[in-house]
Design a protein around this ligand. Structure first.
Ligand code: ADP
Ligand code: MG
Length: 252
């Protein structure tokens, strides 16, 4: 399947996971498709914002494979074993399947295991029409496989200069590394209501303004889940608009 893949990056605390969770909710809402949600932050918390509990992670599977490589049940190939383990690790939620990458590799030799895992995560992605990847803060992860070949890289920033500088660096790095990203969009998050739209700065193909939500900020919902916030929530509406715009451009 030709999946529409978006990746979300930016400095810590700017709203990446919030953006990812609401993007997943919106994409499911308007398309009816089950969205593949990938939590690529080792400090995983996308599950909480999607109202589901954490599962085994790809990191856990990687560690187990290293230890158990020679003790597979007879008649099962390593590939089949990994495929089965990844299916078990997929948390099925309301309109999404969530895969949590978990911690990164330790000092052992992981090349073989990593290659198998990558192949499976890639082939898994192909079974979904929409894939949303929530990344860890910073830029190191951009070199890892998960952010490659995204149709849109959304780089989230808040009003601080540090976050804005970080967004510009991430966009520049993504271009430099030739990660196969289609478009790079700046997301100015947590803006006061009725903020003026601004043009995309150099290095970005688009810029979107996302108004702060009192409900999200105060955590006044029943749980951390963002699946319960009202349809008219300003943050949800603005994120939905950004996705609609990018989907329209991708289809052209
Ligand atoms: N648009 C918004 N309005 C109000 N609060 C927000 C908004 N976006 C994010 N937040 C809050 O900011 C904090 C950090 O958000 P989070 O999505 O976890 O950031 P990141 O994933 O980039 O570290 C959370 O408490 C979240 O509820
Ligand atoms: Mg996060």
């Amino acid at each position: 399947m030709n999946s529409f893949t978006i990746a979300v990056a930016g400095k810590g605390g700017v709203g990446k996971t919030t953006f990812a969770a609401l993007a997943i909710r919106h994409l499911h809402h308007i398309t009816g498709e089950v969205i593949l949600a990938v939590d690529a932050d080792p400090n995983a918390n996308l599950h909480a914002k999607l109202g589901t509990s954490p599962r085994r992670t790809i990191g856990d599977i990687r560690e187990e494979l290293l230890v158990e490589a020679d003790q597979l049940p007879s008649g099962v190939t390593k590939q089949e074993h990994v495929d089965y383990q990844i299916r078990l690790a997929l948390a099925e939620g309301d309109g999404f399947d969530l895969l949590t990458m978990g911690r990164q590799e330790g000092p052992g030799c992981y090349c073989y295991v990593n290659n198998i895992l990558r192949t499976f995560v890639d082939s898994l992605s192909e079974r979904y029409a929409y894939v949303v990847i929530d990344n860890e803060a910073g830029m190191e992860h951009l070199s890892r496989r998960t952010t490659r070949t995204s149709d849109v890289l959304f780089v989230v920033s808040d009003a601080s200069k540090a976050a804005a500088d970080s967004a510009v660096r991430i966009a520049a790095l993504a271009k430099e590394m030739d990660l196969g990203i289609g478009r790079t969009a700046l997301v100015r998050n947590m803006l006061p209501p009725d903020s003026d739209g601004q043009d995309a700065p150099a290095g970005f193909d688009a810029a979107y303004a996302v108004t702060a939500s009192a409900a999200i900020r105060s955590g006044s919902m029943r749980s951390e889940s963002l699946l319960d916030i009202p349809q008219h929530d300003p943050t949800y509406q603005d994120i939905s608009k950004a996705l609609d715009e990018e989907r329209k451009l991708a289809r052209q």
